[in-house]
Design a protein around this ligand. Sequence first.
Ligand SMILES: [Zn+2]
Length: 247
Amino acid sequence: MRWIKEPKCRAASRTRRAGLLLASVGALGSALAAAQAPAAPAARFAVVLDAAHGGNDSGGHSSNWTEKSFTLALSVRLRSLLAARGISVVTTRESDVTLGAERRVEIANHANAQVCLDLHASLSGSGIHLFASSLAAAVPARFEAWRTAQAGSVTRSLALAGVLNAALQHAGMTVTLGRTALPVVDSMTCPAVAVEISPAAAGAHPSGESATETLNDPGYQARVAEALAAALVEWRADEGHLGAGQP
Ligand SMILES: [Zn+2]
């Protein structure tokens, strides 16, 4: 297991995002408090898929690839796989729209979900990177604060990352686990993991194929989505999801 600091696509735009987040904190407070009032025990198993970036924010890109399109395609594909397995899915976006961190969090926290996946991709590196929040675990509070709400769920998020790791490795993928500060994940009240897809490790795809070609390969996208779906089916079956919103 190799520990790394933050998703590659995040580092480049961290400064700009910080400014946007600061501007939105005031308006967000009341919305988050309302969204995070204690909810009745979950009667259904629901998954939130957050296709990162979108609209004005392309994320990582090359001449014929954008991260925003990749994450949306993966979200659509994964939603279909999960729906076929009877899992309710809430997505933060269904098209190429600009969506702020606060709106993503609002959607996710309203869903009272047992899993929140923040989907990213990168042309550099290889394999799949899984990031849980770097917040220290804490007992969930009645009203969670922006950017620390995840503290109450981080123990279960680490367990979720473990289930995702096992399924992806079972599918033959190289996985790197990490913990970092991510505004969206840190503000979510569900077990949450950021998933960053890079091209398959050398040897797992035809030699000479570029990173862009690998990420554009529908077969690779399908393998990633199938492995993630398998992990979430296992997470649903696991008792781990039964304590949603509890220590
Ligand atoms: Zn990204």
